[in-house]
Write a protein that binds this ligand. Structure first.
Ligand code: MG
Length: 340
């Protein structure tokens, strides 16, 4: 088995701002796993929120002894080996996990959703994310997002009211709100949630800092819209501890270590009667199409990272009236568009 990797700068269509900061470029690391003449593709989109950088991803990949990995069909065993190298480095592990799954699908000649027994008709509509911005730019972004029926709005800065008022002046679409840990006082967070419910918000994602779990449980008890965990749910081991504090979890391949871990988290959440959302970082169509293979299992999809960039080196999953359309192609279902 051979592993190759290279970095790639994803150029954002707009400066992307959330409660933690802004950027125009997101550097990802692509991985290619070659074995028996078949190549599987994977991608890491490292986040400094989880102490990862493109450099740390490469350092992790260099530490992998492919001689210790079994053939790529033995995903469970190989994932255990990757976890034994680091409890963290989740996006780096996700890149190898995705490449392994892509390889298996290609070796079997089937898309992953079919191998997992899922129906492509069951994919939900994905939300389209609108970052924090000035009113003029927000209005432009809402116009550009015309084809997406569900919008996810980033709040948690000091102009939440202005953002929602601006959006409501141009659209009555269903909104989802992600505060990215931006509200630290629970009474104020509750007031915001009551107000957002009146503004037609379907759920609130990560209203409070991850280390304020008791405050979040209080908030959820008093709030009348679902509260979804994101920064509070990194690995599969976090899921059981969130019962009572959240109504659902936002899983991301880059936080949990890949498709193998995401599947385990989805079924754990379902056992706990929690809602399941699958989100993403700013990623190319490689990682998004990998995540989309799980979409038939979801309550909520937020797989729009590839829609925010202008130099996507892969094509795979597409969107029709907001609904995720899974290509009937092997593995994660992607092809290179050239230029790499
Ligand atoms: Mg989030």
């Amino acid at each position: 088995m051979k592993l190759r990797y290279y970095t790639y700068d994803l150029q954002l269509k707009h400066t992307f701002t959330i409660a933690r900061g802004s950027r125009d470029v997101n550097t990802v690391v692509f991985v290619e796993l070659e074995h028996d003449g078949i190549t599987g593709y994977g991608e890491a989109s490292p986040s400094t929120r989880y102490d990862e950088t493109p450099e740390s991803v490469i350092e992790f990949i260099k530490r992998i002894d492919t001689g210790k990995m079994a053939d790529p069909f033995q995903i469970e065993r190989n994932v255990q080996y990757l976890s034994s190298l680091s409890e963290n480095d989740t996006s780096a592990r996700a890149a190898v996990d995705i490449a392994m799954h892509d390889w298996v699908g290609k070796a079997l000649g089937q898309p992953l959703f079919r191998i997992w027994g899922l129906s492509p008709e069951d994919t939900p509509v994905t939300s389209f994310t609108i970052g924090i911005d000035t009113p003029d730019v927000l209005i432009d972004k809402i116009k550009e997002a015309e084809e997406y029926p569900l919008l996810k709005i980033k709040l948690g800065g000091d102009n939440d009211e202005e953002i929602i008022d601006t959006i409501r002046s141009v659209t009555d679409k269903v909104l989802r709100v992600d505060a990215n840990e931006g509200w630290s006082i629970r009474e104020i967070a509750l007031e915001k949630i009551h107000w957002l419910q009146e503004e037609g918000v379907e759920f609130i994602e990560q209203p409070m800092p991850a280390d304020q779990l008791l405050d979040t449980a209080w908030l959820r008890e008093h709030a009348s819209v679902p509260v979804i965990a994101d920064e509070n749910v990194v690995s599969m081991f976090d899921v059981p501890g969130l019962r009572g504090a959240f109504d659902g979890i936002n899983i991301k391949l880059m936080k949990c270590g890949g498709l193998n871990a995401a599947l385990k988290m989805i079924y754990t959440a379902k056992l706990m009667k929690m809602k399941v959302m699958l989100g993403c970082m700013v990623e190319s169509s490689a990682a998004i199409s990998a995540a989309a293979q799980l979409a038939p299992l979801l309550d909520y999809a937020d797989l729009d990272g590839n829609l925010l960039i202008k130099n996507d080196p892969f094509k795979g999953v597409t969107i029709k009236e907001g609904k995720l359309i899974l290509p009937d192609e092997p593995g994660i279902g992607v092809t290179k568009t050239g230029g790499m």
